[in-house]
Structure formats: structure tokens, C-alpha cells
Design a protein around this ligand. Structure first.
Ligand code: ADP
Ligand code: MG
Length: 701
């Protein structure tokens, strides 16, 4: 079969036509039969149950009633206008109200007939009513497709105004299912279906929309969830295997003088076991002849920089150049300084390249890159400008992954015929499930151990009313010689106001901590980069005791003497951001503190975030809570991917299926990397069809 009926344009479906087709495309991204068929319901309701008015309670999320509709009347004028009606059964009456689409609904009523009414009961003026219920004439209710389980689809205002609310969509899907029955191709292998006891694809797709009972609905869900996650994994892993087959990597075969000399003379401390383990994993990769694409996750302060540096030393031991790319100038500076310091006494050339590097200096750097005299280049995205050309770039380290787009990673690749090894470092722990899906084609290393002697940061949540106490605490800490961060939120949407809060906060702090006894720095995104740097340097040198800032200091900054982090309006920060910010302290030997300041008004999610911060400092646990609170679509860095537009699977609830499907994909590809065996044809075909239809699984790598 060469033509796949699921690829038919949606306008050819009975009940659609060009106008509705246009809307379906625009509003729901439904272009084809297949798109509609996989537009899954978001919930189901057991429509066999009909309640009595008297049985209604306030905790019902929906109720289905049956009775006569009376007293239909318009109440109020213009904007306050509403349509009110009463439903009456043997046990009582309840008001139904509509605020929108009034005329349309009003014209629909047929007095004296019995209706089924369905909606969410709410309490208004101490009585129940049902706003915007669905209503249906009993006499019209028995169309062939309304089974006892009714599926609900999300829709949009525009679609609703064209008769494509949940019910309209359901009807279209009904037409579709009738039309394509018997023609839905199976896309899994016989073996998989048999071993996992799955129902067929056709059965699953029918029953996800029109389930006859709970049991078959569960079977349908299980099959479709597996299918969704399995094909994501299969696709990512296939890409990875092809890359390994096709793309050679530089072979760093020796561990030489640079590495050994550093290890013997310069290493300031014992490596942690986790660091050793990760360095071993990296060494194995870069010695293997395949190109390394590794994601290194390690909590803030876990010592990723050292791992990066030791990998770099292996690269230059093998006569290759290496670079580190950091997301901000401050961080690039800091890496440059740390690394220069650590390499003291060794004959290794290191340079810094950022937006503020002078043209004359740039010229020298470029020259030395090309002739190979420069071994390590550290910088911001200035590194990926066209003019920056390496003689033989062997290793690229990307720090703080989520700040960089995918396209930028690709650019670095292009700098060599044989691509350099790539190590992406992130301090934002990503839940395993998310990592597998989002970065499924990368290898992972995890540093799951902090250097010894670190005391966990003590974290408190305080209300604004305790501000004087906080000032007192700051004074005490400054007397002990410590430094303090005070961080304010700044988001684009409310930038002006946020900046005002920041400046107000800054002023109240300099009033409380006046010169000459105290000195306060301020850094925010609206300042010139040179000014930011100047203030940052003052704080680093210990000339100022308090740093008031926005989240520009969020990533990477390492000032061991700073031991107090105060986060203002903490409820407005996301969990991973709070965790990052807290990671700025706790880097020295002293006990550190993190104070989360808030108003009394906090959302439930906000409370959960604060509680989590107070309870734990385990980055992976925090990432898990974050994922649960926000859903994968909102986690930093995932938006760019689109891969997480999962239609039915859930990365949190379906973790087991995900792991299983990944292992299965690995097993299949091990035996048949190009999916050429006959039994795997359905899989190959499905992947091809995804490619053709540009299924959203964007540009992950
Ligand atoms: P991050 O993983 O957040 O980038 P860094 O690399 O900045 O962490 O390391 C945090 C701090 O821990 C640095 O001051 C570094 O010198 C120190 N450090 C790194 N590894 C060790 C170790 N094995 N033992 C003791 N201190 C270490
Ligand atoms: Mg770092």
C-alpha cells in the first residue's frame, strides 16, 4: 500500500469542507485525517449515570440531569446580560445560565420537551446553578455513536462558533472512524504487539474516541502511549546510531604530559568519586573514534569546571584545541580566571574572547587560533562568529546548556570537517524522563556528589513583615566578614515595574547600610556590560558587602565568601531558578543561608515551590517537583523542542512505559540499525511518515 489514507487532507472529510478545514488547521493544527484521528479526548464521562437535582453536591466536577426546561428568560442589559432557564425533575429545580452565545442557545429550546443537561454545578447566592451547560434533547440523543462513555475534546472559541465544540469534533471523528475503518495501517511489529499484549492500532484508535467500557479504554490508552513514546525513542536513537556510523570523531588516544602534570602538581584537591567516574566516561568516548555528544549534569557546586578542564587537557595532549562557551560575559570571565589560575606554572596558552574584547586583541587571538599557537579559548557566543576559525578544534565544552539554542551548537560543528567532541554541561538537573526524551540522542553523565565538607545551605521562608529581622541578620553576617546577595525578579512582561522594585529595594538597603561603613553593589540587565562587570568585580574582590541584582548572577558565579542569599518576591521565581540562585552560596567553608522573602499572598503552586526549597537541596528531587508542577512544556529549554507536545503519554505518569520503550528501541536498533529487516518494515514506514509530515519533533540535535 503506497497511499496512506491518514494523510488525506482534512477538508475531504464529511462535515468539514474548506472553511472548517481552514479553521481546524489554524486553531488545532489539524491538517489531515491522521491529525484528527490522533486528536485525543482530554477526559471521558460516564454518561450512563443520570443524577437527580437533589443529589447535587458541591464537590461534583460535573453532573448529568434529566428533565424539563422552563422559565427561559433574558436578564440584565448589554454587558451584564445573561440567559437564565430552569431545569426541573421530580426532586427539584436548578438554574442554568449562559453569558455567551445567548441567542443561539435561546433559539434552540423547545418548550415542554425533556432534555439531558450536563455541566459543572457551582454555588451562586448560596444556591446551585450550572453555568454554560451542554443540553441535548432526549429525542435526539440516540445517535449511533453516543455510547455510554463520552469523550471530551478541547476546542476554541472560534471553533465553537462554527459548531465545532467538543461535540462537533466528536461527530467529525465519528465520521472519520466510519470512513477509514479497516484501512488504518498497523505501525508496530507483530512481535511487539504479541509480547506486550497490545491491541491493534485500529482498535486502539477507535476505542480512544468511542470506548465501550473502561477496560477497552485502558487498553487503548496503553497502546497509544506506548506507541507515542516508543517512536520518539526509536527516532532519536536511530539518528544517534546513524551519526555514530557516519561521523567519525577525533581519536584522543593518549593521556599525556599536560594531563599528568596537572594531576600531579596543580590539582588543588582530591577528585570526588563522581568526578573520577565522569572523567572516565569522557575518556572512553574521546578515545573511541566516535564523536562524543555528552550531557554532563551536576548540581551547582559539584565541580563541573574541573571535569571540563581535565577533558581539555586530554585534548591538548593530543595536539587539539579546545574551547569553552559560557552564556554570559561574567561567566566567561570567571571561567577564564579560574582556569588560568589552575593552570599556573604550566605552559598552556589560554585566551578570553567576548563581546567586549578589543579589535586589536581579537586579531591576535584569531591569528593564534589559526596557526595553532592558542590551545584553549574561553568565551561567550562570540566564539561562534564567522571570523573565529580554529586550526584543529577537538573539543567543545558548552556550559549551562539551556541558555544556548540548538542552532548555536550546530554552528560550532561546522567549524571542522570532523566535528569536535561536544560536552554540554548543565547545572539544572533534568529529570531522567525528560532528559531521555529531550536529549535522547545524547549520552549522559551525572555528578551526583558534592565535594566533601560542604554544608547544605539553610533555607527559610519569611514574610515581608520580618524584614527588620533580616536586616539585622545581614548586619551580623557582614560583621563576621561575609557577603550577601539580594536578588529581585525581573521578567520582561513587567520589566518597568520590576526595575522600580529593584531600585526601591536598592535604596532601602543603602539607607539601612550606608557608606562609609558599608558598600553596596547593584547589577541588572539594563546596565552597560562594562558597568556590570565593574560592579561584579568590586563584589568579587570584597570591596562591597552586598550585591543587589536581578537574576543576572543566576548561573555559575563563584564567590565562596558570599554566604547569604536573599531572594525577594521568591514566589515569582520558578523552582529551578530558585535552586540555581541558592547554589550561588554554600561554596565556602561557612554555613550558608538562603532566605526566601514573600508577601502573604501566594498561589498554591508558589507555596509548594517554597516548601520544596526549604525541605531539600537535592537538585534532582527539585527538578522532579518542578516537572510535576509545571508539566514538561514549561521546563527551561524544552520549548524550543516541540518534542514534548505529547498527545497522550505523560512524562511523569508514564515513566515506566518510557523506560521500557527506550530499552526496546535500543534492542531493535542493535540488531537492525537501519530498520531493514522485513519484520521491522512497519517501524521504518512509520518513521518515514513522521518525517514526511514533519511531526513536531524538532531540531533536537
Ligand atoms: P559547578 O559544577 O557548579 O560548575 P564548580 O566547578 O564551579 O561547580 O565548582 C564549585 C567549587 O568547588 C569550586 O570552588 C571548585 O574549586 C570546588 N571543587 C571542585 N571540585 C572539588 C573537589 N573535588 N574537592 C573540593 N572542592 C572542589
Ligand atoms: Mg559552573
Amino acid at each position: 500500500m503506497s497511499y496512506n489514507i491518514l494523510e488525506t487532507s482534512i477538508e475531504y472529510l464529511k462535515g468539514v469542507g474548506p472553511k472548517r478545514a481552514e479553521l481546524l488547521k489554524k486553531e488545532l493544527n489539524i491538517f489531515t485525517f491522521g491529525d484528527l484521528l490522533t486528536y485525543f479526548p482530554f477526559r471521558y464521562i460516564d454518561k450512563s449515570k443520570i443524577y437527580k437535582v437533589r443529589e447535587i453536591t458541591s464537590d461534583m466536577s460535573y453532573v448529568q440531569l434529566r428533565g424539563e426546561i422552563t422559565n427561559i428568560q433574558l436578564i440584565g442589559k448589554s454587558r451584564a446580560k445573561r440567559l437564565s432557564a430552569y431545569l426541573k425533575d421530580e426532586t427539584g429545580v436548578i438554574e442554568l445560565v449562559w453569558f455567551k452565545g445567548i441567542k443561539w442557545i435561546k433559539d434552540k429550546f423547545k418548550p415542554g420537551e425533556e432534555y439531558i443537561v450536563f455541566g459543572k454545578p457551582t454555588i451562586f447566592n448560596r444556591k446551585f446553578n450550572i453555568p454554560h451547560p451542554e443540553i441535548e434533547l432526549i429525542s435526539e440523543q440516540h445517535d449511533s455513536l453516543s455510547k455510554s462513555f463520552q469523550a471530551f475534546y478541547s476546542s476554541t472559541e472560534k471553533l465553537k462558533s462554527r459548531g465545532l465544540g467538543s461535540k462537533g469534533i466528536s461527530k467529525l471523528i465519528g465520521n472519520l472512524v466510519l470512513k477509514i475503518n479497516g484501512e488504518i495501517p498497523e505501525n508496530l511489529t507483530e512481535n511487539i504487539i504479541k509480547n506486550l499484549k497490545l491491541i491493534s492500532r485500529e482498535q486502539a484508535l477507535n476505542n480512544i474516541h468511542f470506548p465501550e467500557n473502561q477496560y477497552i479504554l485502558q487498553k487503548a490508552k496503553a497502546r497509544l502511549k506506548f506507541e507515542e513514546l516508543f517512536f520518539i525513542q526509536l527516532r532519536l536513537l536511530k539518528k544517534k546510531y546513524i551519526r555514530i556510523q557516519k561521523i567519525k570523531g577525533h581519536i584522543f588516544s593518549v593521556v599525556g604530559d599536560y594531563f599528568n602534570c596537572f594531576f600531579k602538581n596543580n590539582l588543588p584537591f582530591e577528585l570526588t568519586n563522581a568526578q573520577k567516574k565522569v572523567i572516565k566516561e569522557i575518556r572512553k568516548d574521546i578515545g573511541s573514534g566516535k564523536q562524543m555528544n555528552r550531557l554532563l549534569q551536576g548540581d551547582v557546586g559539584s565541580g563541573k569546571t574541573l571535569v571540563a578542564l581535565m577533558s581539555i587537557l586530554i585534548a591538548i595532549d593530543n595536539n587539539y584545541q579546545a574551547c569553552i562557551m559560557a552564556p554570559t560575559e561574567i561567566l566567561a570571565n570567571q571561567h577564564f580566571e579560574t582556569i588560568s589560575k589552575m593552570l599556573k606554572g604550566m605552559d598552556i596558552s589560554v585566551e578570553l574572547l567576548t563581546g567586549s574584547t578589543k579589535t586589536s586583541k581579537r586579531k591576535i587571538i584569531n591569528e593564534n587560533l589559526l596557526n595553532g599557537n592558542l590551545q584553549i579559548l574561553i568565551g561567550t557566543h562570540a566564539l561562534i562568529e564567522e571570523t573565529v576559525k580554529f586550526k584543529n578544534l577537538g573539543l567543545v565544552i558548552i556550559d549551562e546548556q539551556h541558555r544556548f539554542g540548538v542552532a548555536q551548537r550546530a554552528k560550532l560543528w561546522k567549524k571542522n570537517i570532523i566535528p569536535p567532541h561536544i560536552l554540554v554541561m548543565t547545572a539544572t538537573p533534568i529529570p531522567r524522563t525528560l532528559a531521555m526524551t529531550l536529549y535522547g540522542d545524547l549520552d549522559f553523565s551525572i555528578i551526583d556528589e558534592l565535594p566533601p565538607g560542604r554544608k547544605p545551605v539553610k533555607t527559610y521562608h519569611l514574610y515581608d513583615s520580618k524584614r527588620l529581622k533580616v536586616f539585622g541578620f545581614i548586619k551580623k553576617k557582614i560583621e563576621e566578614g561575609r557577603q550577601i546577595y539580594v536578588v529581585y525578579p525581573l521578567i520582561e512582561e513587567s520589566e518597568k515595574l520590576d526595575l522600580k522594585y529593584l531600585m526601591d529595594g536598592y535604596e532601602s538597603i543603602i539607607r539601612e547600610f550606608p557608606l562609609p561603613e558599608y558598600a553596596v553593589s547593584i547589577v541588572h540587565g539594563k546596565m552597560k556590560s562594562a558597568d556590570k562587570d565593574f560592579e561584579m568585580q568590586r563584589f568579587i574582590r570584597g570591596e562591597t558587602q552586598i550585591m543587589v541584582s536581578t537574576t543576572v548572577i543566576e548561573v555559575g558565579v563563584d564567590i565562596p565568601n558570599a554566604s547569604v542569599m536573599i531572594i525577594e518576591n521568591a514566589e515569582r521565581f520558578g523552582l529551578s531558578q530558585l535552586h540555581q540562585l541558592r547554589g550561588r552560596v554554600g561554596r565556602g567553608a561557612d554555613q550558608s543561608h538562603c532566605i526566601l522573602m514573600t508577601d502573604y499572598k501566594i498561589t498554591n503552586d508558589g507555596k509548594k515551590r517554597l516548601e520544596t526549597m526549604v525541605r531539600t537541596s537535592d537538585g534532582f528531587e527539585i527538578a522532579d517537583v518542578d516537572l510535576k508542577l509545571r508539566g514538561p512544556g514549561d521546563i527551561q529549554g524544552t520549548q524550543q523542542s516541540g518534542i514534548l507536545d505529547l498527545k497522550i503519554a505523560d512524562l511523569i505518569k508514564d515513566e515506566k512505559i518510557l523506560k521500557y520503550s527506550r530499552n526496546l528501541a535500543i534492542e531493535i536498533l542493535k540488531n537492525d540499525p537501519n530498520l531493514e529487516h522485513k519484520e521491522n518494515f512497519p517501524l521504518a514506514k512509520q518513521l518515514k511518515s513522521f518525517e514526511k509530515n514533519k511531526v513536531n519533533w524538532g531540531l533536537i540535535s
